[in-house]
Write a protein that binds this ligand. Structure first.
Ligand code: 1CP
Length: 364
């Protein structure tokens, strides 16, 4: 594609349902995509992953990352695509050495436990250390339907820090929470450093072709309100504000799981949309954030392991609960799980597509 046709394709994508909904403009249908839409519930994903051998090779080979990113778009025609990568790639290239052991989840060879560990962290150049990610973004952009927006993403500084301190997944995040309490200055430096590196990383994804960005604060909900403000919210706010200054047209979605208590503060960061989990109703979230941000969510992923009738009803309830007016992107309240039968996602998508109400009629 030459430069002028790629510029006009980008302009057309700005008018897609997904991008319009994020700007809270009227749309003909509620746009839909699913967190973890490229993943183990899809047989074609499992085949590509087997071909790659392991997760890091899959994410680190642009052609394979592109292949799995496109699979859910080809199968379901979602309104947005999300880069296939992982929030743990950034700490991996900062020298912590990530590995995935089957059945055990992510593990880091090195962890952050002392102020010196924080001081010694490098600042990766995203076009260099994460070149494969940027090449994947470029390739996906070329291969995706021209009208389908591509979402780039990263973990929030706090959520990424939990893995760096714990050395992997955790049930109670005790080491990470203790680090905040016992070494608050080092913890603040870690968050600030991650915020800077994450900003560079996301800006590079935009330069490579991402149309929108999402920050995942999957573990913001384990913090007390004051620790959340100091160590999670502030890091996200600085990322959002720097990116917004440089790219006011690139919408940013914040997903902070288990953080219903903080919706107003999250909306005040300057982001365009909030991802909502299923423990809050969309109508309540809407009442609280007003017209400041769009909302994305919030079907409980476990609904997708139920019968077609249960799925249809739950989807309709979610759409009804959002109610009239623009600004809704349909999604799950968290990632799709590997046990979901792929045909259940057909039921979900069809129900969203067939849903009719006054809010779906564009005013123009
Ligand atoms: O093939 C496999 O078995 C690996 C499973 C898997 C997948 C499909 C992992 C390992 N990462 C991914 C891809 C991924 N991860 C994507 C792109 C796919 C898509 O959305 O279509 C995204 C956006 C992520 C983000 C991610 N990774 C988050 C934030 C979102 C969330 O789910 O809360 C987190 C916390 C991770 C860490 C991670 N990656 C993988 C695992 C097993 C984990 C640990 C999760 C945990 O600690 O419980």
């Amino acid at each position: 594609m030459n430069e002028s046709s790629s510029t006009s394709a980008r302009m057309n994508r700005r008018e897609s349902r997904f991008m319009r909904a994020l700007r809270r403009e009227p749309v003909d249908q509620t746009p839909i995509w699913l967190m973890r839409q490229a993943g183990r519930y899809l047989p074609e994903y499992r085949a590509t992953r087997a071909k790659a051998g392991d997760f890091l090779t899959l994410a680190g080979t642009p052609e394979l990352a592109c292949e799995v990113t496109l699979q859910p778009i080809q199968r379901y025609g979602f309104d947005a695509s999300i880069l296939f990568s992982d929030i743990l790639i950034l700490p991996h290239v900062m020298g912590l050495e990530l590995s995935f052991t089957p059945g055990e989840g992510p593990k880091f060879a090195r962890t952050i436990r002392h102020p010196d560990d924080v001081r010694n962290l490098p600042t990766p150049d995203p076009m260099n250390e994460t070149r494969a990610v940027m090449q994947a973004v470029e390739l996906i952009r070329q291969e995706l339907p021209a009208e389908t927006p591509l979402i780039g993403f990263a973990g929030s500084p706090w959520t990424v820090a939990t893995y760096m301190i714990e050395g992997g997944s955790s049930k109670d995040f005790a080491k990470a929470r203790r680090f905040l309490l016992q070494q608050p200055e080092a913890a603040e430096h870690l968050i600030q450093h991650l915020a800077r590196c994450t900003t560079d990383y996301l800006l590079a994804q935009v330069a490579s072709g991402a149309d929108a960005l999402m920050l995942f604060d999957s573990w913001g909900g384990v913090l007390s309100p004051s620790l959340f403000h100091r160590f999670s919210l502030n890091g996200m706010k600085s990322i959002v504000q720097t990116i917004q200054q440089q790219h006011p047209d690139v919408p940013i979605i914040l997903f902070a799981k288990g953080c219903a208590f903080h919706l107003e503060a999250l909306a005040d960061t300057g982001c365009q949309a909030l991802g909502i989990d299923w423990t809050t109703t969309l109508s309540d979230a809407r009442r609280r954030v007003g017209d400041r941000v769009a909302l994305q969510g919030n079907l409980d992923p476990v609904v997708l392991t139920s019968s077609a009738a249960v799925i249809e009803q739950a989807v309709q309830d979610t759409l009804d609960d959002y109610g009239e007016g623009p600004g809704h992107v349909f999604n799950l309240g968290h990632g799709i799980t590997p046990d979901v039968p792929p045909e259940h996602v057909d039921v979900l998508v069809e129900t969203v597509r067939n849903y009719r109400s006054g809010k779906l009629t564009p005013s123009t």
